[in-house]
Design a protein around this ligand. Structure first.
Ligand code: UDP
Ligand code: GLC
Length: 385
């Protein structure tokens, strides 16, 4: 269905992480809308391919990598650039009916850029607002701007909703819209897929996240040292300035002598196929995961999931009914869970069937698009009333 609202979708990054994959689905069929990105990159190209005109800021390159521990002195020229982006953004806002910020940085600048035009403003908050990821001042600014200027805050999970409310966010603003995915497994056996993809025939597990400390790839590597004969594929790259962690992982593998069992595949465009080829999907995040698309991707692929018991994972995996949960950062528990899953895969069949049904019903793409479409329509109608 074509939607007629002129929505300005705003994102700070040019990279494609999970939040941007959701955005790429949300923009489908919105030919009257456009996007404003702070920096060039694959996201701009993907949006253009979907028929969405993209304005890219002249001032934002590299901002996505700016970390909250950077010094104030280093931040000074940054403020000038942020102001310049806000001016560009304010110009774009005037040509649209609704502003839809898809990231925290995008929301903060959109709220300021929208001060004069006062278009209804939606924040799709893909993060857990907590001290682990945001400084105290940042959290206060985000929550103040949301409470003052947002028409709605969309979050993908109850965990993200609670964190926003605990940080002082108004409960009435929050709409929980679970992320939706539509991936069909390919009708090919696991071993045949491995042959096609050049993967080992030995017991094989995988992690499919961008490389970042809080995603916890190092915990899986440590667990692997306790599981002789088990191989792992580490799929994903450092998307948001975590190159030092990526290098650290490679050092860790060398130090533990796991070079022949841990395979770094980098960023891949064929995750669903790779996922279907492994014996277990590990989601080792050490901080609470706001959602975790890879959990649902594995459920849809019919692959056993072992995830850390924090954030949205216990909800998505229904407290262990649709996958196994282990405490975050607990190497021993992860190794034990992997041992269990690899030893008796046939016992998991009922759990896998249940997980796949659950993913199809609860984390359905059409349902997500319908809910977000309705929210956009309602905030626009509210502004027009
Ligand atoms: N992904 C990908 N290629 C990779 C690694 C990951 O396409 O090499 C995809 C993965 O399949 C998932 C998304 O990136 O759909 C990551 O989303 P998730 O919600 O799991 O985590 P995020 O990175 O957004 O925190
Ligand atoms: C963010 C979160 C991830 C979530 C994705 C889409 O990148 O880290 O957990 O699945 O957004 O909402």
């Amino acid at each position: 269905m074509m939607s007629t609202e002129r929505v300005l979708f705003v994102d700070h990054t040019g990279q494609i992480g999970g939040a941007e994959l959701i955005l790429l689905d949300v923009v489908q069929g919105r030919s009257d809308s456009s996007a404003f990105l702070f920096e060039p990159g694959p996201l701009g190209n993907a949006l253009s391919e979907r028929g969405v005109p993209v304005v890219t800021s002249r001032w934002g390159r590299g901002l996505a990598q700016f970390r909250r521990d950077s010094s104030w002195l280093k931040a000074l020229p940054l403020f000038g650039r942020l102001a310049a982006i806000t001016v560009e953004l304010a110009r774009a806002v005037r040509r649209h009916d609704v502003v839809y910020a898809n990231s925290q940085k995008a929301f903060v600048l959109s709220a300021i850029a929208n001060l004069a035009a006062r278009r209804p403003l939606i924040w799709h908050l893909h993060d857990i607002i907590s001290p682990a990821h945001f400084g105290a001042l940042q959290r206060r600014i985000q929550v103040f701007l949301a409470n003052s200027f947002a028409a709605k805050v969309i979050v993908p999970s109850e965990a993200a909703a609670s964190a926003f409310i605990d940080a002082g966010g108004r409960r009435s603003l929050v709409e929980v819209v679970p992320n939706g995915l539509a991936v069909e497994p390919v009708p090919v056996s696991r071993q045949e897929l491995r042959q096609r993809l050049g993967l080992p025939t030995a017991p094989l597990v995988g992690v499919f996240s961008r490389l970042a400390q809080w995603k916890g790839q190092h915990v899986l590597i440590e667990a692997l040292a306790r599981l002789p004969g088990v191989h792992a594929i580490i799929v994903g790259d450092a998307l948001f300035g975590e190159q030092a962690y990526a290098a650290e992982l490679k050092r860790q593998v060398a130090t533990l002598g796991l070079g022949d069992r841990v395979h770094f595949l980098g960023h891949r465009g064929d995750v669903p196929m790779l996922m279907q080829a492994v014996d277990a999907m590990v989601h080792p995040s050490i901080d609470p995961e706001p959602f975790g698309r890879t959990l649902v991707e594995a459920m849809l692929a019919g692959v056993p999931v072992i995830a850390t018991d924090a954030g949205a994972a216990p909800d998505i995996l229904e407290h262990g009914r649709a996958g196994m949960l282990v405490p975050p950062g607990d190497v021993g528990a992860l190794a034990e869970a992997l041992d269990h899953v690899l030893a008796e895969p046939e016992l998991l069949k009922p759990q896998l069937d249940y997980a796949s049904r659950r993913a199809r019903t609860h984390y359905n793409l059409a349902r997500m698009l319908e809910s977000i479409g309705l929210l956009i329509r309602n905030v626009r109608a509210g502004a027009a009333a």
